[in-house]
Ligand binder design. Structure first.
Ligand code: C2E
Ligand code: CA
Ligand code: CA
Length: 705
């Protein structure tokens, strides 16, 4: 919007400037031409005047050379009174014809009269002293005569109005010659003297008419040029505007989906924020949508399919929103929605849920059909938002929350989440040095063999004693470590600690039947190409028998890169290590996975165990899972056993291995060692007593709840 206003302004300024320049150039050219034409016409008139003068001069010279010309006098040509002093002014021919002498001036005057009558060109011989008063100069001629006298020039011309008509007046000095003395000597002139001048007045009317004609043509041509230029400028401005618009469009749109990009989205969001601060309404919300497991889709089906999905999704989002709303692509599989004009958070949530429920429909990509899922974070406008980035950030935080609490969900931002996000950042930073600084510690929780009534082994569970934030539970920091990739290093450290520890305990307390150790393996570690090499190296270094090591993998670690995971599991098993499926039944894993993967052990999730009341669904589920495991020849561990009742139910179902607070909480190595020293590993009754004692003595973390 702002951009297009700026583009309009730029094109307008450029266009107007170009038109002004064009008008100035064309105007100047027109003026120059008109001025030139006038000048040219005046020059033509001047040429005509000079030609006239030359003709006059030639006649006069000719007549003067012959001392005059005898003609028959008549009314128009009476004997010249100015020549009355000449004895031979009038003569009679032998045949009795009367003739009178015309001196050149007289003759020229006569001819000039005719000439004026016929052609409008005035001619006159004049001087300050004249034989005939008719030849008296007028004011202009007098001025010219003065100039001749002063010697400044012997020719002058000027435009002047005569009887309301324009004339070019021309005058050239005239000097006495031999023939002139006869008549004009009487006035005291001598040969070679300035006698006066010959004046010619050319009517300029027809020159001006000709000039006007040419000028009209020039005006038309110039108008044509100006119009052509004007149209060209308009066309250029239009093209420029379109090109600029296209360029800004490209800069504001996402190349793949054609949706607005982050810049345009932020522009619009900022407008909404400003409006909200001005008028306290309308309310609006920002949604941040992120596809779940998009990376897996890209990895498994290729980028082309991924791109097609994004295009299909953008189309669907556009269809689901109202015309005033905006869908933008932030990049990758992240989209933002600006939902305008809503009554409150419920409406925003309704729209977000409608979007999520649309994901039940598959996306049709050519012949393919793809089911996708997304998580959405919602951030509602409040007084505290001034910047678009802040709202987008908070919607993102809410989305992250939605994702980490189970995907395919909507979550609404609240300030707590911001705190949470900041804490996450701190966790990520501090994780880097947590091991080095000795803040990490591996705890061990006994796994009880129900049949042999002894401790079968332990599960290694990581603890982080953070100096400022206190003990941070693994559920909090493991996902952060997974996201940042730090889990590889941390996981390897836990594995090494646990293997070393359990070998030591085995040698010391159960040399004939060494303890097993279960170590959790994150999906990120499982996806590592050299996971089996890393495990083999730790086994070698710690000299733990590979059959004592159980690696626990959660369902969620398998989903997405199934093939790779299956390969990793079988390679790990080649090392002699057993692999358990952890938290089974909690996630999305299908039962088929149990067949496809070569798991040795199935760990029943504690939620089912704790829901084993006679009317709870958990009981049926646990029973079913145990049957399933038996059929597939897998061992079963029930975890999260907290009460005697749960224990007895599981025993009745012949659950072979049990882990839970009922026997012991996860404990530091030193406490486990004390239990082992007390012989608890050979006798679970003693383990139970130790738990009770710890509970009674008030606060041993190891005790039963
Ligand atoms: P998990 O692998 O399912 O571990 C069992 C969790 O259940 C542990 O939580 C344990 O303390 C808890 N638990 C055991 N018995 C009971 C019981 O009777 N009642 C209840 N309510 N809880 C019981 P913890 O130690 O907080 O660990 C949580 C999760 O963090 C683990 O779940 C595991 O997924 C992850 N984790 C812990 N340590 C590591 C590690 O070193 N590497 C990896 N990748 N993940 C780890
Ligand atoms: Ca586990
Ligand atoms: Ca578990």
């Amino acid at each position: 919007m702002q951009d297009s206003r700026a583009i309009n302004r730029v094109t307008l300024v450029l266009g107007v400037t170009a038109i002004i320049v064009l008008t100035a150039l064309v105007g100047y050219s027109w003026y120059w031409n008109v001025a030139n034409i006038r000048e040219e016409n005046i020059n033509l008139a001047l040429t005509e005047a000079r030609a006239n003068w030359k003709k006059d001069a030639a006649f006069r010279r000719w007549v003067a050379r012959h001392g005059g010309l005898y003609v028959e006098p008549d009314e128009r040509t009476p004997p010249n009174p100015a020549l009355a002093h000449l004895p031979n002014r009038d003569v009679v021919t032998t045949d009795g014809q009367k003739l009178t002498l015309m001196n050149p001036a007289y003759m020229m005057r006569q001819m000039a009269e005719e000439f004026e009558q016929d052609f409008g060109i005035k001619g006159k011989i004049t001087g300050k002293r004249q034989l005939n008063p008719i030849n008296k100069p007028d004011a202009w001629q007098l001025k010219a005569l003065n100039i001749f006298e002063s010697g400044r020039a012997d020719e002058v011309y000027e435009q002047q109005m005569i009887d309301g008509k324009p004339y070019l007046r021309y005058m050239k000095a005239m000097y006495m010659t031999e023939g002139c003395v006869k008549c004009h000597g009487i006035l005291g002139f001598k040969d070679g003297d300035l006698r006066g001048g010959v004046s010619v007045s050319i009517p300029l009317g027809r020159y001006f008419e000709a000039a006007d004609d040419t000028n009209r043509g020039i005006a038309f041509t110039h108008l044509g040029v100006w119009l052509a230029g004007f149209i060209a400028i308009l066309a250029f401005a239009w093209l420029l505007r379109r090109q600029l618009q296209r360029m800004t469009d490209e800069a504001l749109r996402d190349g793949l989906t054609g949706l607005p990009n982050i810049r345009l989205f932020n522009n619009r969001l900022e407008q909404s924020i400003r409006k909200f601060h001005r008028d306290s309404e309308p309310l609006f919300a920002v949604c941040f949508l992120d596809l779940d497991r998009f990376k897996n889709l890209n990895d498994s089906r290729g980028h082309k399919v991924g791109d097609k999905l994004l295009i299909a999704l953008s189309r669907r989002l556009n269809e689901l929103l109202r015309p005033g709303d905006t869908v933008a692509r932030m990049g990758g599989d992240e989209f933002t929605l600006l939902i305008n004009n809503i009554s409150g958070i419920d409406e925003a949530l309704g729209i977000a849920r409608r979007i999520l429920s649309s994901f039940r429909e598959p996306f049709r990509l050519g012949n393919d059909q793809i089911y996708a899922d997304a998580s959405i974070g919602v951030c509602m406008i409040t007084e505290r938002y001034n910047k678009a980035e802040d709202m987008v950030r908070d919607a993102d935080i809410a989305m992250y929350r939605a994702k980490s609490t189970g995907r395919g969900r909507v979550d609404v931002f609240n300030p707590e989440m911001h705190k949470y996000a900041l804490e996450t950042m701190q966790i990520e930073t501090d994780l880097r040095s947590a091991i080095e600084k000795g803040h990490m510690e591996v705890f061990y929780q006994p796994v009880v063999d129900v049949v042999e009534k002894r401790i079968h082994g332990f599960e290694a569970l990581l603890r982080w004693h953070h100096p400022a934030l206190g003990d941070i539970p693994p559920d909090r920091f493991i996902p952060v470590a997974e996201n940042s990739g730090q889990i590889r290093e941390i996981g390897r450290w836990v594995l090494e600690q646990a293997c070393m520890q359990v070998r030591e305990w085995g040698l010391q307390f159960a040399p004939d039947k060494p303890f097993s150790i279960s170590v959790n393996l994150s999906g990120v570690q499982l996806a590592e190409r050299d996971v089996q090499d890393a495990v083999a190296e730790v086994l070698k270094r710690t000299r733990l028998d590979s059959c004592c090591l159980h690696l626990e993998v959660t369902e969620t670690a398998l989903v997405g890169h199934k093939e790779q995971a299956r390969e990793a599991v079988s390679k790990l098993r080649e090392l002699g290590v057993s692999v358990s499926i952890d938290d089974f039944g909690k996630g999305y894993c299908s039962l088929a996975y149990l067949q496809e993967f070569e798991f040795d052990t199935l760990k029943i999730d504690k939620d089912f165990v704790q829901d084993m009341a006679p009317d709870g669904k958990g009981l049926q589920l646990v029973r079913m899972l145990m049957l399933l495991a038996r059929d597939l020849d897998m061992k079963v561990i029930a975890e999260g056993v907290e009460t005697a009742e749960q224990f007895s139910r599981l025993s009745a179902m012949k659950c072979p291995y049990i882990q839970g607070y009922y026997f012991a909480r996860p404990l530091p190595a030193a406490q486990i060692k004390s239990l082992l020293e007390a012989g608890c590993h050979r006798d679970i009754g003693r383990l139970l007593d130790a738990g009770s004692a710890a509970g009674a003595s008030g606060g041993c973390q190891a005790g039963r709840p």
